[in-house]
Design a protein around this ligand. Structure first.
Ligand code: UD1
Length: 363
């Protein structure tokens, strides 16, 4: 029997590990698959609801690391995960995405000589001021198996000299979750709950430190959202980082009446909001992919994206952080100038199946 530990830490990790958990059950005669939750995200609304909705079991290990500076968070995960590995000595550690928990656990596993698989490898924004970019690069350097979602990832790994036989183009596990839960999404009553009509609202999420950690940044963005909301209702499920910063700078009154701020939503409700929206304004990574799959126009408020296929093939437009340009891009969509897209290669709901098959062969 081989032992595998998959690591989750923050909100965008949960929907990536859920399909792996389901697939590994098919191999339960030869693979024991365990889940370690670092506790980077810990709230009911940032964590627990996702375990419930995505039918993930109670984690086998919970490290309870919580918030803090990046150094505190990464170091805290490392110290706690080292104890788990000492006790369990798995044959493989699987990490996903690019959050602090991803790099922290990869580093510890490599020190024990335990093989590491990185799901969603090779993505690069080429912006080293993003903590996620450093997390991605370092994790890919450590990883023994690199599972890639799009062609750009393969090209990037080649340029960085990663051995060809470690790289596998397997598709997008986050889209696996989306495909799997679409029937439940169809039944969600979130639109009624929030008194919304399909295609009659703009969905906004903004939480990148570069956008929301300064007073000027927040004032600029909310000024823009206020102007946009005069033309179309905005729904903004607000991330704790953004909410905390609005409070910190005394800006909670800046939000206009036609912007509906909600608490962070669960997976099913949030995907339903994406699917029924007129357009999305975001600085998230994953939402660029989900909107591409659901063919909803997406305006990305960043200067770069590590997911370029969402722009070249999908519905995403990379507009940058100039609020005038974002507003113009929104206006174009409101006037009916809509970018149509296609679904990228291998975003078909079967990525986790491919990954587990490869893992089962190799370990
Ligand atoms: C992290 C990831 C980011 C991902 C995002 C999704 C890193 C470097 N960043 O950023 O890539 O897009 O998660 O959400 O790993 N907080 C709560 N409750 C929680 C979790 C956080 O209130 O359950 C608050 C805390 O005040 C915390 C702040 O949110 O200080 C930021 O959380 P943190 O995990 O440090 O980073 P995120 O901004 O969420």
């Amino acid at each position: 029997m081989k032992k595998i530990i998959s690591v989750v830490g923050a909100r965008p990790n949960f929907m990536k590990v859920a399909p792996l958990y389901r697939e590994f059950k098919k191999y339960d005669d030869k693979i024991q698959h365990l889940i370690c939750h670092t506790g980077q995200h810990y709230d009911e609304k940032m964590s627990k609801i996702f375990f419930d909705e995505l039918e993930l079991p109670k984690p086998d290990f919970y490290l309870g690391v919580g918030s803090g500076t990046h150094a505190e968070q990464i170091a805290g995960v490392m110290v706690a995960f080292e104890k788990v590995l000492q006790q369990e000595m798995p044959d493989l550690v699987i990490v996903v995405g690019d959050v602090n928990s991803t790099i922290a656990c990869s580093l510890v596993a490599s020190r024990f000589g335990i093989k590491v698989a990185h799901v969603e490898a090779g993505l690069r924004s080429f912006d080293r001021s993003m903590p996620e970019e450093i997390n991605r690069m370092l994790t890919d350097t450590i990883a023994d198996y690199l599972f890639v979602t799009e062609q750009s990832g393969i090209n990037n790994l080649h340029h960085e000299g990663i051995r060809e036989d470690r790289i596998f183009f397997t598709g997008n596990v986050m889209i696996d979750s989306l495909v799997h839960y679409l029937p439940k999404v169809e039944k969600s009553d979130i639109l009624q709950k929030l008194s919304l009509s399909p295609r009659d609202y703009i969905l906004v999420t903004l939480h990148r430190p570069a956008n929301v950690d300064t007073e000027e940044g927040l004032k600029g963005l909310f000024g823009m959202l206020n102007r946009i909301s005069a033309k179309k209702k905005i729904v903004f499920p607000i991330h704790p980082r953004t909410k905390n910063n609005l409070e910190k700078y005394g800006l909670t009154n800046i939000v206009s009446g036609n912007i509906l701020l909600t608490d962070p939503l669960g997976y099913i409700e949030f995907v339903s909001l994406i699917k029924n929206s007129l357009l999305i304004v975001t600085d998230s990574g994953g939402i660029q992919e989900e909107s591409t799959y659901l063919q909803i126009p997406c305006i990305t408020v960043r200067d770069n994206t590590e997911r370029p296929v969402t722009v070249t093939v999908g519905t995403n437009r990379l507009i940058g952080t100039d609020t005038g340009k974002v507003e113009k891009a929104v206006d174009e969509i409101l006037e009916g100038k809509i970018k149509r897209g296609h679904i990228p290669e291998l975003w078909d709901g079967h990525a986790a199946g491919r990954i587990c098959k490869i893992v089962a062969e190799f370990i």
